[in-house]
Design a protein around this ligand. Structure first.
Ligand SMILES: [Zn+2]
Length: 595
């Protein structure tokens, strides 16, 4: 493994970390780049790739490199490739490739070339390209830039550094003549192919760090293995060969790959190829600076899906981890991210605050819900709600409650009425528990301001005494019956039309019944009092309806609610409320209505 010297100013020695290629704990000597990056996008279309190993699932960090690669391609009218790097067969997880592809598609990162969609440079799975790597290793053996190492397995497996360490016998495989080497190979002696590393520094321009000079190769570093003894390529060879053959122009990956850059640059040099532009983005850490792990929410992407996080919200959240833009608002969908993309990446690690994820989730949910015209526009939100309702409020999703299309239509109405507060399906169903399930008699009785306007039982402080003494429960109920009659008329009306009609009729009924009540109250000729009485009467009716429908809980306004619930469910709730209000339920019946 090699250390990198990045520029020469502001040298800092960062704490111990583990090199991913040799598992050694080393200090990372890194300094800020001297050349200031320009953040400009490439002028010609970029060909980028995401190249996951199916040894695990997609996590936040890997989704981020996939997303940055995708955005770089899309923002330059280029192409985004998916390549499956499955050369580490023993560590391959059976369903990882499928899950990675599903999660990428879910996040909207559709690849232009790759598995399932094909392309001119396939196959896009490394296990199907073994002959290509073998041919390329043979080329390097021919030109003398690589050699066969016949050292015993125990020594080969000691790791690059120890393989050539003075502690073991002098390593001389790279001085074996070609004929001897070919002869031993033909004889069946096991070997690995190593790249002959030159002892000079490499310079390259990193998209994140600017100009970078890698250190001289340490004498402790052995020549990296390109082909393993089982004739499978290592990551280094397969990755460099593929990136070149697939015409990749930009490689964005995590900073854990920085130590591999000198090897890769030497490989490009050995083949006589031009390397792509590299961009190494920093690690993701929690707020305490600890690398993200399962314990601090670096869950695989399907876990976020299960939490009900919207694809746009997650992509937006991940994009802002180590990249900044010049827009006023952070909320952007994939298309907007591509339109605003630049290479303004953060140097170094990025702290992840999950509060931001939920903020973006609410922003995206509101956008999606308010712009939806039909349930089809909003399936990503409706389907998880229906699934949650099946578990928690099964009565809502039965055929008695209308067809699936009806249910989806009603859900859309409820969503629209409370769009700014949507967080996820589970929270939404809980928040609108009474909307979906309806209050029980016990819930109705438990409401702190019951609608009992007879004398001292009245808790509605703004009801003037004149009304208190004249208005009875039964007169309110009479009015509510008139309102509910509207619901059963014109079943052909759309939910929007129904809601409008309910609102209009509601206010008509309030006005006319207020007038009737006033006539019954003798001697009211004060204009101010009449206005006050009308207002109180309207408030009282609204309060009653709200109480009957959802036990006075917040949520959609009553007209929207009635339109969304439909006539049957609304009448059922008015019926129960009437019995509770008139004290017509015995204790047995009270218990029966409990859910
Ligand atoms: Zn050797």
């Amino acid at each position: 493994m090699s250390l990198l010297l990045i520029g020469s100013s502001r040298r800092t020695l960062t704490p111990l970390w583990t090199c991913s290629s040799c598992r050694r704990r080393v200090s990372k000597l890194a300094t800020a780049g001297t050349a200031r990056p320009t953040y400009k996008l490439p002028e010609s279309p970029a060909r980028t790739r995401f190249a996951p190993s199916p040894t695990g699932y997609l996590h936040l960090g890997s989704l981020r490199t996939a997303l940055f690669s995708y955005l770089l391609a899309k923002s330059t009218n280029g192409s985004f490739l998916l390549r499956i790097e499955d050369t580490d067969q023993p560590r391959t997880v059976a369903d990882a490739e499928t899950r990675i592809k599903e999660d990428l598609k879910w996040a909207g990162l559709h690849w232009d070339e790759g598995p399932d969609v094909g392309g001119a440079y396939g196959p896009y799975k490394q296990s199907e390209r073994l002959d290509i790597y073998r041919d390329h290793a043979a080329k390097l053996l021919d030109t003398g830039r690589a050699y066969r190492c016949f050292c015993a397995r125990e020594r080969r497996n000691l790791g690059d550094g120890l393989h050539a360490s003075p502690r073991v016998k002098a390593h001389d495989c790279n001085r074996v003549s070609k004929d001897t080497s070919n002869g031993r190979a033909a004889q069946g002696d096991p070997f690995v192919v190593r790249l002959k590393l030159p002892e000079y520094t490499q310079r390259y321009r990193d998209l994140v760090f600017g100009n970078v000079t890698s250190s001289k190769i340490s004498p402790m570093d052995a020549d990296p293995v390109l082909m393993k003894s089982d004739n499978w390529p290592t990551y280094h060879l397969a990755c460099v060969v593929d990136d070149h053959l697939m015409g990749i122009t930009h490689v964005i990956r995590g900073s854990e790959w920085i130590p591999s850059v000198p090897t890769h640059l030497n490989l490009y040099d050995a083949f006589g190829w031009q390397p792509p532009t590299f961009g190494h983005v920093g690690l993701l850490t929690d707020l305490k600076g600890q690398k993200l792990s399962k314990r601090n929410f670096d869950l695989d992407i399907s876990a976020y899906r299960k939490m009900g996080v919207l694809p746009d919200a997650l992509s937006n959240f991940v994009a802002l981890l180590g990249w900044s833009h010049t827009r006023k608002m952070d909320t952007m969908d994939l298309q907007e991210l591509a339109q605003n993309f630049s290479t303004k990446f953060t140097k170094g690690d990025t702290k992840v605050s999950f509060d931001k994820l939920w903020f973006l989730q609410r922003q995206h949910a509101r956008r999606i819900i308010t712009s939806a015209k039909t349930p089809d526009d909003i399936q990503s939100i409706i389907q998880p709600i229906l699934a949650t309702l099946k578990q928690r409020c099964s009565s809502w999703v039965t055929s008695e409650n209308g067809t699936l299309a009806d249910q989806e239509d009603r859900l859309l109405q409820i969503l629209k009425s409370d769009a700014p507060n949507y967080e996820n399906a589970s929270d939404f169903v809980e928040r609108h528990k009474y909307t979906f399930d309806g209050p029980s008699a016990k819930d109705l009785v438990a409401v702190e301001s019951p609608i009992t306007v007879l004398g001292h039982q009245c808790h509605l402080s703004n009801v003037p005494g004149e009304i208190k003494s004249e208005v009875s429960n039964s007169s309110i109920i009479k009015v509510v019956r008139q309102i509910s009659a509207i619901l059963t008329q014109d079943s052909s009306l759309s939910a929007d039309e129904k809601r409008k009609r309910l609102r209009d009729h509601f206010s008509d009924i309030v006005q006319s019944t207020a007038a009737q009540n006033l006539e019954e109250i003798n001697g009211v000729d004060n204009d101010e009092l009449i206005v006050a009485l009308k207002k109180s009467w309207a408030a009282l009716l609204h309060k009653y309806v709200r109480w009957a429908l959802v036990a006075d809980r917040p949520g959609p306004d009553s007209a929207s609610l009635m339109a969304a619930l439909g006539p049957m469910e609304t009448l059922k709730r008015f019926d129960l409320a009437e019995k509770v209000a008139l004290g017509q339920l015995g204790s047995n019946e009270m218990a029966d209505t409990e859910k």
